[in-house]
Design a protein around this ligand. Structure first.
Ligand code: COA
Length: 178
């Protein structure tokens, strides 16, 4: 099964929102997506299978371009557990790596989002702190961090058997030197 990861565009909005609504309905809407596109047009990626959108992810960076953020990711239910979430993490880390002053990458994750936490930890992310009640009473978030010195090399995932989904080219991303 070939899943191609490439930059998303405005034409992908409806499919992206439809997918986000199925997974984290309270977290993403079309207005937020528009803001992401205005701020970080080159940090939003989609995964497609036979031309259909089966996932997407967003990253951002602070105004000093020193702290990158992994902001959102979603993989359609039937495609989970096949390494696509990890490819989304790697794709965004490699895109953030293009910023010369990058010092660290941070990510927010719900305390019980075990698949996300496990995927992030496999890239070296470690807990920085826990933000109590961030999502409402009793619902905390974890902030994980990865120093820029620990960012992956391109194609690092190819060496891991569970992520080379079809043995074909890993990334087909039309942006600078990913
Ligand atoms: C989080 C999400 C993007 C992960 O996508 P995915 O394609 O399934 O991720 P991967 O296949 O790369 O798996 C990542 C890790 O999670 C593990 N995993 C998968 N399903 C799991 C589950 N139900 N419980 C625990 N771990 C699980 C995998 O084994 C893998 O770890 P490993 O390689 O060390 O074994 C996907 O589950 C999703 O869209 N969730 C809903 C939206 C969401 O929570 N987004 C993240 C916050 S914005």
């Amino acid at each position: 099964m070939e899943v191609v990861i490439s930059q998303a565009s405005r034409e992908d909005f409806p499919a992206m929102i439809q997918l986000a609504d199925l997974t984290l309905p309270d977290r993403m809407n079309v207005h937020e997506l528009k803001k992401y596109f205005e701020l970080f047009p080159e940090l939003i990626f989609k995964g497609t299978h036979n031309g259909e959108l089966i996932g997407f992810c967003c990253a951002g960076i602070n105004m000093y371009q020193t702290t990158g953020w992994l902001m959102f990711s979603s993989v359609a239910e039937g495609f989970r557990g096949r390494g696509i979430g990890k490819r989304f993490i790697e794709t965004r880390l490699l895109a953030l790596k293009q910023f010369p002053h990058l010092r660290e990458v941070l990510v927010t994750v719900g305390e019980t989002n075990f698949s996300s936490i496990r995927a992030l930890e496999s890239f070296g992310f470690r807990l920085r702190y826990i933000d109590k009640d961030y999502y409402g009473p009793g619902k905390s978030r974890k902030i994980l961090e990865l120093p820029a010195s620990s960012l992956p090399l391109p194609n690092a995932l190819l060496s891991k058997s569970n992520t080379a989904i079809d043995g074909s080219d890993f990334h087909k991303i039309p942006v600078h030197n990913l």
